[in-house]
Design a binder for this molecule. Structure first.
Ligand SMILES: *Cc1c(COP(=O)(O)O)cnc(C)c1O
Length: 403
């Protein structure tokens, strides 16, 4: 496994993090080398396009600073964030990056965008007008992206607005459009006919754009879209989840390497007899004699309560990897703790203070998502703030500031 485990980390006596690790309830390990590998995989899948990186929501919860710095070192020059505030943070980290803001402009927000050289993804004619006004105010052809809706029915100029823009190209006179984009609704399912329908709509629209914008750089594909074939790749890719090790597909194997390992501490090992209730509500009852381990992570850390195990619902609960084996969650996940069944794990291989893997190379992120009735994206973006965060960079472990 390419992931350096915490036992490797604590084995290094000289590690400056040793004392902190020993006292940490949860440890989140982000493998930036795997991130770099995954970025390379995207680039290889689309040799004629450039790969941007989507780093919204604190790089899907992994930490925008170490993630963006590493992607920049790997040659990534274009970044997408959701909000202007995220763009501002990223601008301080990467002074020379191209930064697109997916939310686009709010009324009166344009001056902040121009101050921090953030490019709004313009999604309405009102936004186009506000950006034009900002261009006049600062006396510059400010850069922006034009975002068209081709079927997701979320953000983007509607078909009607696109017609108005094509009919009145002077609306764009004042600005410099650097990118024309749209977003797929069903890219995670290669067999869905909506993918081609959106692509054809995007092509038809681009062909009619004024000012040579038919030849402007275009972008349609997120991670999954990148793998729909080269007709979906255009000039710029917008991968997010794949970079972070999640499976972008609903029905295909994950080609990406895991990036995140989340570990919890064993607070206590204990035994219980037949019929004893475990945890709040006594939702789980001991069968025969069982050995249990209480772990230091709960729903406040983003380990969802729906991963609890009830007697009547064996299939749903989460499981963790500890002492080289899989151990199921028993009873309810509480705010700061959860309990696992370790009856089958040899006593001499597990002890108080050991770390158990909640997500990582042995516990698949997307499987945790599926068991929680959600997707890997939500598991990542919910990872709590209490984890001690360590980053692996070029084979060595460091903290978020140094990485
Ligand atoms: C979040 C987002 C992406 C990234 O999607 P992934 O599925 O994580 O690769 C790309 N484009 C837009 C518009 C997005 O909102």
């Amino acid at each position: 496994m390419p992931v350096l485990t915490l036992s490797d980390v604590s084995a290094k006596a000289a590690s400056p993090y040793e004392a902190d690790i020993a006292a940490a309830s949860g440890v989140l390990h982000v493998d930036l080398d795997a991130l770099a590998h995954n970025y390379g995989l995207i680039c290889k899948a689309a040799p004629c396009a450039k790969a941007a990186a989507v780093v919204k929501a604190d790089a899907y919860g992994l930490g925008v600073a170490p993630v963006s710095r590493r992607l920049w070192a790997e040659g990534c020059r274009q970044f997408f964030v959701a909000e202007a505030s995220e763009g501002r943070v990223l601008r301080a980290l990467l002074p020379d990056a191209t930064i697109y803001v997916l939310d686009g402009l709010f009324p009166d927000a344009a001056p902040l965008f121009s101050e921090y050289r953030l490019q709004p993804c313009l999604s309405t004619l009102d936004e186009v007008a506000e950006w034009a006004r900002e261009c006049h105010r600062v006396g510059k052809r400010l850069e922006a992206c034009l975002h068209f809706d081709t079927g997701l029915t979320r953000l983007g100029l509607t078909a009607g607005e696109a017609e108005m823009l094509i009919g009145q190209p002077q609306r764009l006179d004042a600005m410099a459009i650097t990118l024309v984009m749209s977003h797929l609704a069903c890219g995670d399912d290669a067999a869905n006919p909506q993918n081609e329908a959106q692509r054809l709509r995007f092509d038809a629209l681009r062909a009619r754009l004024p000012f040579g914008l038919d030849k402007a750089p275009a972008s349609l594909a997120n991670t999954a879209g990148t793998f729909l074939g080269n007709t979906y790749q255009y000039d710029l890719l917008r991968p997010g989840i794949g970079l972070y090790g999640g499976n972008p597909f609903i029905n295909k194997a994950n080609p990406f390497r895991p990036v995140v390992t989340a570990q919890a501490r064993i607070l206590q090992l204990r035994e219980a007899d037949e019929g004893t209730g475990v945890g709040y509500g006594a939702d789980y009852r001991i069968k025969g004699h069982q050995r249990l381990a209480v772990l230091s992570i709960g729903y406040a850390d983003g380990y969802f309560r729906v991963l609890s195990n009830r007697d009547r619902d064996h299939m749903r609960g989460g499981s963790v990897y500890v002492a080289g084996m899989i151990a199921p969650v028993v009873g309810r996940v509480s705010m700061d703790m959860l309990t696992i069944d370790v009856t089958h794990i040899p006593k001499d291989t597990i002890k108080r203070g050991d770390l158990a893997e909640l997500i990582g190379p042995h516990i698949d992120l997307d499987d945790v998502g599926a068991r929680a009735g959600t997707i890997g994206y939500e598991i990542l973006t919910s990872l709590g703030k209490r984890y001690m965060r360590l980053y692996q960079a070029n084979g060595t472990i460091t903290d978020g500031e140094r990485a």
